[in-house]
Design a protein around this ligand. Structure first.
Ligand code: SAH
Length: 346
């Protein structure tokens, strides 16, 4: 059972601020693709000057990693599984890059379904769980790497070719990427790197929580099809705001009550005084229309083109029937050929 407690507010004044609003999607000019590439190049340069990674490893203490699979539950809801597998098959995908594999839940589900999966993640703790499972179950067609989204092509190395049929970034993972400079440069760079790993015509599947709802209501929608823990889980929500009152970070404090027999089995040392595992995760609030604009900009798609290869579902249902979904899931296609400035097709 998941319960979102009332929100707490904390006002934080960032170095600069910009509107994280839900304005309607505006038209995209062709030249914007070039602008995105230039911005990504600049961000890459800035990134190498300012920090070696895109954000802190929020899973570093190993606490969330130790209970993550239990938080997800035995089997991620069948609708999640069926939708993901059928969407990949519909697009003819065989070679998949899971860029936020965590403990490997989605990756091993796809390996079992016959896909060839390369997985990566920023967190060694989470990856170790994935490596353990791979070894324990002797799974084939599964490669696992340590890599940060902002340095993805470099850190995956030349042996990992940029020709994946699909890149997946699921489980509200992308929202972990902070926006320190308030310009979404790193987010733009990361998506541009995801796109780079795709073959022409390949797809990116990326999701985020329904932050529009969370910010408006101070809590997440009550149903949550991603996380099905049988343990009692309380999630305490707090907001950080800038001086304009915009929410810049959402902090979720998790408290999971671990049954005693599980504590013993897992070797958890809860010192006998309590039976809760607690951890905190921070998210950048991606609003649906702003995130859609960001995605389309990086993929060079016209923002208001209803025929653009960019589908959005809410909890895996078409948007017109998904009422207050907990998650939005985007499927966006990389263009088949790119016209370069010298007129050659690549
Ligand atoms: N997709 C998995 C994992 C979700 S947890 C699932 O649904 O269970 C989110 C994961 O994103 C974590 O394992 C975290 O380490 C990873 N992550 C966050 N920021 C990252 C970054 N910049 N580069 C690579 N991985 C990142």
């Amino acid at each position: 059972m998941n319960r979102m407690a009332p929100i707490h507010e904390k006002v934080v004044t960032p170095a600069s601020s910009s509107a994280a609003s839900n304005n309607p999607v505006t038209p995209l000019k062709e030249q914007q693709l070039l602008r995105v590439k230039n911005a990504a190049r600049e961000a890459r340069k800035a990134g190498s000057r300012t920090s070696s990674i895109s954000g802190p490893d929020q899973y570093k203490d190993g606490v969330a990693a130790s209970v993550w699979e239990e938080y997800i539950g035995e089997n991620r809801e069948s609708r999640y599984r069926e939708w993901l597998i059928s969407t990949l098959r519909k697009h003819g995908a065989v070679r998949i890059l899971d860029v936020a594999c965590g403990t490997g839940v989605d990756s091993r589900m796809l390996v079992s379904a016959g896909f060839h999966v390369t997985s990566c993640d920023l967190s060694n703790n989470m990856l170790q769980k994935a490596r353990d499972t791979k070894a324990k179950k002797n799974l084939k067609n599964w490669e696992i790497h340590l890599a940060d989204w902002c340095k993805l092509p470099q850190q995956l190395g030349p042996e990992v070719h940029h020709d994946f049929d699909a890149v997946i970034c699921m489980g509200n993972s992308f929202a972990h990427l902070p926006d320190e400079l308030d310009k979404q440069e790193k987010q733009e760079l990361a998506i541009s790197n995801f796109r780079e790993m795709l073959r022409p015509g390949g797809i990116l599947i990326i999701d985020h929580r329904n932050f529009d709802y969370i910010v408006a209501n101070g809590k997440a929608p009550s149903k949550n099809i991603y996380y099905q823990s049988t343990w009692q889980t309380q999630v305490d929500t707090s907001f950080e705001r800038n001086d304009l009152g915009e929410v810049t970070n959402i902090i979720l404090d998790y408290a999971m009550t671990v049954p005693l027999e599980v504590q013993i089995k897992m070797g958890l040392d809860l010192d006998g005084s309590h039976d809760q595992v607690t951890f905190q995760l921070t998210y950048f609030p991606h609003y649906l229309s702003k995130f859609s604009r960001l995605l389309r900009r990086v993929f060079g798609l016209t923002i208001d083109d209803a025929t653009a290869p960019h589908d959005i579902s809410g909890d895996f249902l078409p948007l017109d029937v998904a009422h207050d979904p907990a998650y939005y899931i985007h499927v966006i296609t990389k263009e088949k050929t790119i016209e370069s400035s010298d007129g050659c097709e690549r």
